[in-house]
Design a protein around this ligand. Structure first.
Ligand SMILES: Cc1cc2nc3c(=O)[nH]c(=O)nc-3n(C[C@H](O)[C@H](O)[C@H](O)COP(=O)(O)O)c2cc1C
Length: 300
C-alpha cells in the first residue's frame, strides 16, 4: 500500500467534497490518502511526517483565477524539500464555478511549490456550483457533482500511474490571473471590513469559530461582532450563519440570496431520483456551452 496526503482549503465545501472523491478514488488504486485541512494546521504543520508520503496533493477553490491567499501563505510555510522531493509525486487540483479560462493559470501555484522543491506533475480542474453571484439549477448541481466523481476517478488513475498531465497556460491568462488575484487579495481586506451583522444575530459565535483567518471577533466590551482586515472572501461566515445575519455593505450582489450548503444539497439531490442530472447536453448553447465542453459533451 502506498501513502498519500492531500492538503486543502475549502471555503464553502465544494473543494472538500472533491477532495473526498479524489481520496476515495486514490484508495481504489492502493494509495491510502490522509487529508489535512490547511486552515486547521498552523500549529501541526511541523509534526507532518513528510517521508511517509510518496504522493502529495494540494487542493483549493479558484479565487480570482488563482488560489486564495491563505493557500499561498500555507505553501510559504512548507519546509524546503530539496532532493527529498525527487521520490514524491506532486499534484494539484482546484474547484471553480466556471470553466472560463480553465479557472485561471496554474503557473503561479506551480512556481510557488517549486520554490519549496516540489515539482507538480498532475493538475486538474473540477467545476462545481458557483458559491457566489448565481444559483445553479438543481439538475446542473447534480450533474456537476456526478461529473466530478467521474473525473476524480480519471485523475486518480493518472496519479497512480504517475502520468504527467499539466494544464497549458497562455501568457495572457497567467498575467491576467496574477493581476486579478493580486487585486482581489488587496480588495478582500476592504470587503471583509464592509461586513456587518443585522439585528437577527444572537452572538452564537459560529462565524468566529469558523473563520479560516480568525478575522471575526466579538468584543467583550460592547458585545458587537467585529470584522478585521484579514478576510479572504471565502464566504463561509455568510453561509454558515444560522440566522443569515452577516452581510456585506456594498458587495451584497456577491452573496447567494438563498445561501449555500453544498453538502446537504448534494445529499438531497442524490437521494431524489425525480431530479435528472441532464442540464448539460451536446445541444447546450450560450453561457453554459463551456460547461458542456468541460463535461466532454461538446468537443473542445
Ligand atoms: C472570492 C471568490 C472568487 C471567486 N473567483 C472565481 C473565479 O475567478 N473563477 C471561477 O470559476 N470561480 C470563482 N469563484 C467560485 C469558486 O471558485 C467556486 O464556487 C469554488 O468551487 C468554491 O469552493 P469552496 O466551496 O471549496 O470554497 C470564486 C468564489 C469566491 C468566493
Amino acid at each position: 500500500m502506498k501513502r498519500g496526503a492531500i492538503f486543502y482549503f475549502s471555503g464553502t465545501g465544494n473543494t472538500e467534497m472533491v477532495v473526498q472523491l479524489v481520496k476515495a478514488a486514490l484508495n481504489t488504486h492502493d494509495i491510502q490518502t490522509k487529508v489535512y485541512k490547511i486552515d486547521d494546521m498552523s500549529a501541526t504543520l511541523s509534526s507532518i511526517q513528510w517521508d511517509t508520503y510518496q504522493y502529495i496533493g494540494f487542493a483549493y477553490p479558484v479565487h480570482a483565477l488563482n488560489a486564495p491567499k491563505l493557500v499561498l501563505d500555507f505553501i510559504d510555510q512548507l519546509p524546503e524539500f530539496g532532493t527529498n522531493s525527487n521520490s514524491k509525486f506532486v499534484f494539484t487540483f482546484r474547484t471553480a464555478g466556471d470553466p472560463f479560462a480553465q479557472g485561471g493559470s496554474t503557473k503561479l501555484i506551480r512556481k510557488r511549490l517549486s520554490t519549496k522543491g516540489l515539482k507538480v506533475t498532475q493538475e486538474r480542474l473540477f467545476i462545481m456550483p458557483a458559491n457566489v453571484m448565481m444559483h445553479f439549477p438543481p439538475s446542473l448541481v447534480k450533474q456537476l457533482y456526478l461529473i466530478a466523481q467521474q473525473k476524480a476517478g480519471d485523475f486518480a488513475l493518472e496519479i497512480s500511474t504517475q502520468r504527467t498531465n499539466l494544464q497549458k497556460n497562455s501568457l495572457s491568462v497567467t498575467w491576467f490571473s496574477a493581476i486579478f488575484s493580486t487585486m482581489e487579495s488587496w480588495g478582500a481586506k476592504w470587503v471583509g471590513k464592509s461586513y456587518g451583522v443585522n439585528k437577527d444575530c444572537d452572538l452564537c459565535g459560529l462565524c468566529v469559530r469558523q473563520c479560516p483567518t480568525q478575522n471575526i471577533s466579538i468584543s467583550s466590551e460592547d458585545k458587537k461582532v467585529k470584522f478585521a482586515k484579514n478576510c479572504i472572501i471565502c464566504m463561509r461566515c455568510i453561509y454558515v450563519c444560522p440566522k443569515r445575519a452577516i452581510h456585506s455593505r456594498g458587495f451584497r450582489f456577491f452573496e447567494l440570496k438563498r445561501g449555500y450548503d453544498i453538502r446537504s444539497t448534494i445529499r438531497q439531490l442524490l437521494g431524489d431520483p425525480s431530479i435528472p442530472a441532464d442540464f448539460l447536453s451536446s445541444a447546450t448553447k450560450g453561457f453554459f456551452k463551456r460547461y458542456a465542453k468541460y463535461a466532454g459533451l461538446i468537443p473542445t
